[in-house]
Design a protein around this ligand. Structure first.
Ligand code: TXA
Ligand code: MG
Length: 342
């Protein structure tokens, strides 16, 4: 398959590119599109064939459901059994934006999109290009992250080109993603509601609207394979470079001592503040006190680990409050839960 690269420079002037992407999607084709979180591999969510093609292009297990993206709240009622009151409050506070809400699905959502579950995950992205493409396509768009299954999520068009050239019809280049980690996923199908994947809409922010919301244990703990997972995505190894990734939690002086004592060759994933003393090959993924900057650079840094052919990498982890929870959750999965506390 030939993969066409469509470049957006200014949404107002790129009518042709936006319409071309929307036409492809309406006709059942696959198009990688930018969102504020990560790039998504989009297809018509109501077309079972188009949804199935997403799984094939990504090499994704077919029981891992897709997020359905809409451009307006009026597109939601046909997709769900009923719209919970909480949805309107959440939408008012955080949409368009990096939040995905799970509700009971209607028959309009095919099993291919919901991964065979009786629920559906819905999100309204804030990226102007995503918004314009969904609106012009005129159908809700299923879109998982536009990476090959198992590899780090794509935060710029080049990551999509590296993973999906020859596997999708088009890639829309809309620049680098602002947030850098995937949306917060929460379910309204449990009592109390629960966060299944942390993101830029944080626990603290959600508590303002849903005071009793909890964090599912699978977010920070390794769930044994026989335990029933609430979100199928939790059970798969994720975001993994080929290197062995080991998290190291501790203040700077302890981290400095730790890496100076490790034998053999290894790489380091660290913060800007660590640069002056690291003597090993290193990759910076943001600033120590700025979890948002870590979120923005994390996936690119994980991809860099493989490009540099590092075999073992020690990652300095710091704060896990706010969006730091999302960074820590992705790092735990990249590390297969291997963590040293200093
Ligand atoms: O920011 C994002 O959410 C990006 C952009 C493209 O919108 N999309 C994304 O999709 O990260 P994906 O497929 O890579 O991750 C979706 C996660 C998976 O872990 C999946 O298992 C979970 O959401 N999920 C989707 N539908 C679900 C459902 N009905 N019940 C439970 N978990 C669900
Ligand atoms: Mg993904």
């Amino acid at each position: 398959m030939q993969t066409k690269l469509l470049t957006i420079t200014n949404t107002a002037n790129d009518e042709d590119v936006l319409n071309e992407a929307a036409d492809l999607l309406r006709e059942g084709h696959l198009v990688a599109i930018p969102t504020e979180t990560v790039y998504g591999l989009a297809a018509n969510a109501l077309d079972p064939k188009a949804s199935s093609a997403i799984y094939a292009a990504k090499g994704r297990p077919s029981d891992n459901p897709l997020i359905v993206h809409v451009s307006d709240i009026s597109e939601i009622p046909p997709l769900v059994k009923h719209v919970p009151d909480a949805l309107y409050k959440l939408a008012e506070a955080f949409w368009p934006g990096p939040m995905t809400v799970i509700m009971e699905k209607s028959d309009a959502v095919p099993d291919e999109t919901s991964g065979g579950l009786d629920t559906v995950a819905i999100r309204m992205p804030s990226h102007p290009v995503a918004y314009e493409i969904i609106r012009r396509a005129g159908v809700p768009l299923a879109a998982p992250s536009a990476n090959l299954s198992g590899s780090p999520s794509p935060t710029c068009a080049q990551h999509c080109i590296d993973d999906l050239t020859g596997r999708v019809d088009a890639i829309v280049d809309g620049g680098a993603c602002e947030v850098g980690v995937e949306s917060t996923v929460l379910t309204l199908c449990t009592t109390p509601p629960a966060i299944l994947r942390p993101g830029a809409v944080t626990l603290e922010m959600l508590k303002e609207i849903l005071p009793d919301i909890t964090v599912d244990p699978g977010v920070f703990h390794h769930l044994s394979d026989d335990r029933k997972v609430v979100s199928p995505g939790m059970k798969y190894k994720h975001y993994s470079p080929k290197a062995r990734v080991v998290l190291v939690r501790g203040e700077q002086a302890k981290f400095k001592k730790f890496i100076s004592e490790q034998p053999g060759k290894f790489g380091v994933l660290c913060f800007t503040e660590d640069e002056p003393y690291v003597t090993q090959p290193y990759i910076v993924y943001g600033k120590q006190e700025d979890a948002a900057s870590q979120a923005k650079h994390l996936f690119d840094a994980l991809r860099e680990v493989d490009k540099e052919q590092m075999k073992l990498v020690y990652v300095r982890v710091a704060d896990d409050r706010g969006i730091g929870q999302a960074v820590y959750n992705r790092l735990l999965r990249a590390a297969g839960f291997e963590e040293i506390k200093l």
